[in-house]
Write a protein of this length. Structure first.
Length: 96
């Protein structure tokens, strides 16, 4: 499957290196168009998520060749990081 051009553009405009963009594009191209659109909306709204999501992508890619425990840990780490991000975002948007 091909990567949506708008998603590719967002990644290229990020802080990722050329090599990181290419690796991420390769992984994201395996998603359906609908999944790519959902991912694109998330990073379009919060571009600071791109790098942490890339790091988690690489961790899961590495864990996919390891044990089930390594995979579970990589997924758990990603969930914790995303929950922390969402909590900080909510606190940052609160009107005091």
């Amino acid at each position: 499957m091909a990567l949506l051009p708008e998603l590719s553009q967002i990644l290229r405009e990020s802080e990722l290196t050329f090599e990181e963009v290419r690796a991420f594009e390769t992984g994201l191209s395996m998603l359906t168009n609908k999944e790519q659109e959902t991912f694109m909306e998330a990073i379009k709204d919060d571009p600071e998520l791109i790098y942490p999501l890339y790091i988690n992508f690489k961790a899961k890619l590495h864990a996919a060749n390891g044990t089930e425990e390594e995979w579970d840990k990589a997924v758990e780490t990603e969930i914790i990081q995303l929950e922390d991000f969402m909590t900080k975002r909510r606190v940052g948007n609160e009107i005091v």
